[in-house]
Design a protein around this ligand. Structure first.
Ligand code: ZN
Length: 494
């Protein structure tokens, strides 16, 4: 009897296969989390081998004729407007893409990513681009082999974007970024010399951790399901439903850890609040990178840098950091944590300069892929463009081209989703304020449940049921639109 026969309902059979693949994916998440949180550095090569084996095994298990036949039959049978119909659609889309890629290439990419991240780590520590260069060249070579599997694409970069953001095209990114770039450069120039006093530390680590804990509790994290660890580069991970892991980076010279904790909470709460019936299926994760980032930015910036939030939390933070903040009044503090300060590091950038860091990466990775910028020239080109867009001088590669891990892991096409997330966050925020009224007044009372519930209802619970353009249209009635974001920036930094 054939596995696709009627004895076992086809949908059940598909879900059974997908559950095994989801479990393998969760195992990969745990390996990745461990590699970034607690693995000794010298374990990187062995870990890359494990990741490659898992990736190749999962790939082979997924791209079978059996899955293809099940999908073909189910596409005809399932109502596309139901959750099961969405599951078939999302799985078909992934199957079509993965089927074009040889399984050994999937394994090679996972291997190169593990080894590349470890080399990048070392290169960054010693600020030595030469250590990283062969790994970046290897990633580009793999990326060209990957793109050769999609000869029908109008623009090869579309293939990369589509992996993170269904339906997004290079032309669309160029249009949005084209609209933003001039405005952002002008805003940066206008605010470059704003007289905003920097906060003066030290800010003791234990007090910062306590502040992070208080904020997470107020946002509604559940200690039975969440944990928070320290890593040099903060991230959020979900190795399974009900298991949400955030990391932050606490440094006593600044208080950025509080903002990265709120940022990662946004990623975590999106994953946590997904309908549990979607667990162990491709619907059981956030629908796209940009929608995900819109939520991390919502909690970090629209909530965490709002006047209302600080009306509630500043007295508590002052109590925790009396020496550093005792003499700083609330409005000076709120200005200090939002001020426009052109700097070197994307992760530390304010809301205005951030977009320029992303536009620079979007341009450079397209030039690297097209071969119009050579890897050995990359540090010089990077530094020249930082000067052009932000008027800052890059002192060394650790603070320049080596600051982000993405390219070491082969993540090309990912950076644009960060800035699109900023844009989308304001579109969704406007809708929330229209429906919920004065949110800042609630924040000032330490009340965040109404916002979180609204976001859960509108976005989080749906997981990947709706493709990102459809989700955005359902929530805001519009496609990606940079105007609300620009209006927000102009109003905030008037
Ligand atoms: Zn993020």
């Amino acid at each position: 009897m054939s596995a696709t026969g009627s004895a076992q309902p086809r949908l059940e059979r598909l879900k059974e296969i997908l559950a095994v693949l989801a479990d393998l994916g969760h195992a990969e998440q745990i390996l990745d989390w461990d590699a970034r949180v607690s693995m000794p550095h010298a374990g990187a090569k062995a870990r890359a081998d494990v990741a490659a084996t898992l990736a190749e095994f999962s790939h082979r298990r997924f791209v079978t004729d059996e899955v293809g036949e099940l999908l073909e039959q189910l596409t005809a049978e399932e109502d596309p407007d139901t959750a099961d119909g969405a599951l078939v659609r999302v799985t078909q889309r992934e199957w079509d893409r993965e089927r074009k890629i040889p399984s050994d290439l999937a394994g090679e990419m996972a291997q190169a990513s593990g080894v590349g991240v470890a080399a990048w780590d070392e290169a960054k520590l010693s600020s030595d681009f030469a250590i990283f260069r062969p790994h970046l060249e290897r990633q580009l070579e793999l990326k060209h082999r990957y793109l050769a599997c999609f000869p029908e694409a109008d623009d090869p970069y579309d293939v990369l974007l589509d992996e993170y953001e269904e339906g997004l095209t290079t032309a669309q990114v160029e249009e949005v970024f084209g609209r933003l770039k001039g405005e952002l450069v002008e805003l940066v120039e206008r605010h470059r010399d704003d007289a905003v006093a920097d906060l003066k530390g030290p800010f003791p680590i234990a007090a910062q951790r306590e502040a992070g804990r208080l904020v997470l509790e107020a946002f509604g994290w559940d200690p039975r399901s969440w944990r928070l660890d320290e890593t040099p580069h903060p991230f959020a991970s979900k190795p399974g439903a009900g298991d949400i892991r955030l990391t932050t980076h606490t440094d006593e010279r600044d208080i950025t850890s509080l903002f990265s904790t709120m940022h990662e909470f946004g990623h975590g709460v999106y994953e946590f609040d997904i309908d549990r019936s979607f667990a162990r299926t491709p619907l059981g994760e956030g629908t796209s990178s940009a929608i995900h980032e819109s939520q991390s930015r919502t909690w970090e910036n629209l909530v965490g840098r709002s006047a209302g939030f600080w009306r509630w939390f500043y007295p508590q933070l002052q109590g925790l950091l009396p020496e550093a903040l005792g003499g700083v009044d609330e409005s000076s503090f709120v200005r200090a944590v939002s001020a426009v300060r052109p700097g070197l590091i994307r992760g530390d950038a304010d809301e205005v300069t951030y977009g320029l860091h992303i536009i620079l990466r979007f341009e450079l990775e397209r030039e690297l892929l097209a071969g119009t910028v050579e890897v050995h020239d990359l540090p010089d080109v990077w530094n020249a463009r930082m000067r052009e867009y932000l008027s800052v001088d890059v002192p060394d590669d650790a603070h320049g081209v080596l600051q982000d891990m993405h390219w070491s892991a082969g993540l090309f096409g990912y950076f644009p989703t960060y800035q699109l997330g900023n844009v989308i966050s304001v579109q969704i925020w406007r809708r929330a304020v229209d429906e919920l009224g004065d949110l800042e007044e609630q924040f000032a009372r330490g009340e965040f449940t109404v916002l979180r519930e609204w976001l859960r209802e509108q976005i989080y619970r749906h997981g990947s049921r709706y493709a990102p353009p459809e989700l955005l249209r359902r929530v805001t009635g519009s496609g990606i639109d940079p105007e609300p974001y620009l209006e927000y920036l102009h109003a905030k930094f008037a």
